[in-house]
Ligand binder design. Sequence first.
Ligand code: NAD
Length: 427
Amino acid sequence: MASTAHTPTTLEWETPLFAQAMTQLEHALELATVPDLVSTRLRAPERALILSLPVQMDDGSFRSFPAYRVQHSSVLGPTKGGVRYDPAVDLGECAALAMWMTWKCALLKLPYGGAKGGVRCDARALSHNELVRVTRRFTAELAPFIGPQLDIPAPDMATNEQTMAWMMDTYSMQKGYAVPEIVTGKPISIGGSVFRHEATGAGVIMVVERACHRLGWDLAEQRCIVQGFGNVGGIAASELHEKGAKVIAVSDISGGVYCEAGLPIPDLHAYVAEHGSLEGYDTDVGRITNEQLLESPCDVLVLAAREDQVTGANAPNLQCRLLAEGANGPTSVDADAILAERGIPVLPDILTNAGGVTVSYFEWVQDLGRLFWDRDEIRRRLADKMSDAFDRVWDVSAAKGCTLRDAALVAAIKEVSAALEARGIYP
Ligand code: NAD
């Protein structure tokens, strides 16, 4: 009897962003040489949830918001990853971001696997009370699948300390006692960590500074551009400014501002705090579009907005000497190849923006131990972790003659593979 061939079907998470994560993985697997069963386990997430959140709006009507949570790998420990509120969130985006979180945690030698989640909504169009209800409903629907030893959410795009406080409170209400270790990135008053707010942006600049050092450049002499002026980009711009580098352009979703002599970063923060975005800021600066910003001449370009910003279409036009990925997945696979060909080093996301999850890990450890560290201690521990990871990536890249992204992925995959093999959880 003829055997029936297995016909693979397209799974819900197989979207272009997931394809980008897979292409990167397949490329790194060629260099990492891990057993087949390890690569089979790592190619797909362990668990992918699709939820619907019925929420009453301020006008009394009801809306149902699609929501997602993907847990990619629990081999090294509980899964960890952000929650984003964005109109474009889908299962594939969460799956790609969850996979990148696995590599990021492994590269930084944190005892976590990767997760990511989100609610498909436009947070800017929701009122404060609607955001409270969306967040509480999301947490309640997610409660069976998260936990301090299972999966620990954190802030991401359009979510913040307040969102985490609502999540922590909703989860704690169900348990009957305070569970601060259920989320990270919460306010300090309920068990958050000092320096968590600044950690991702500060970590980005720690990596940029170390790369400059290896390249023989002085960071203070560099002209820098930052795309995205939220948590990551805003802090990265401030760190650059404080270290004496010239930040000549920044942008957010409303567009960019440009000043060859260097932008007044503290003024921009004050403006955004008052007006909600950079829209309308034109005091002594020029306005540019996000497209122009990416292609403007500079030494260091920090991408800190969102995925898929540098593509095969604009990579040939970039005029930076070093590109730092503060956002997750901002550079497409085609763009990577073009930038490598052009000799522009790309500091990869899984290394460069890992400061956030690293201080999230410190926050979780402090919550579990009910013992809190001071800012200097956390900044020092973060700098040690980022430097150690940077040096390992730089050295693998030099030894194998591969890109920094491939080197970071190889180092991360080997960590997960070693754990999988040691646990012997495959036949
Ligand atoms: P955020 O919402 O605080 O800020 C995002 C910024 O990007 C805002 O200024 C927004 O206006 C801008 N933006 C959005 N779309 C844009 C576009 N198309 N063009 C230009 N600007 C645009 O989010 P965040 O927490 O700073 O996250 C930014 C990126 O960093 C995301 O990719 C996120 O996954 C990644 N990241 C965040 C953290 C963290 O700790 N927050 C950690 C690691 C990685």
